[in-house]
Design a binder for this molecule. Structure first.
Ligand SMILES: [Zn+2]
Length: 90
């Protein structure tokens, strides 16, 4: 997670620097880096598991976290169906 935030900071600094120096940036390269950062954030553990065996799942599309013994069939917020485990392993 810290590594991902460092990548995000580095990317923001590059964009600011490009703006200040009017230097060329490669939009596709930026998009690729953002995609990598997004994937890392979506799979990053974020929630301490509840007692009683319930787990947490993060919606890949909107980031909503749902708890339960298994991933829900669909996200209650956006209705998408791809989830990543979000529990912090202690
Ligand atoms: Zn969702």
């Amino acid at each position: 997670m810290e590594d991902t935030l460092a990548r995000l900071d580095a990317l923001m600094n590059r964009l600011i620097e490009a703006d200040q120096t009017a230097s060329e940036i490669e939009p596709l390269e930026i998009a690729n880096e953002l995609g990598t950062i997004r994937a890392a954030l979506m799979t990053a553990p974020a929630v301490v598991p509840r007692s009683g065996g319930e787990r947490h799942f993060r919606c890949d599309a909107c980031g909503t976290i749902v708890h339960g013994t298994a991933a829900p069939k669909a996200c209650p917020r956006c209705q998408k169906t791809v989830f990543h485990p979000a529990d912090i392993v202690e």
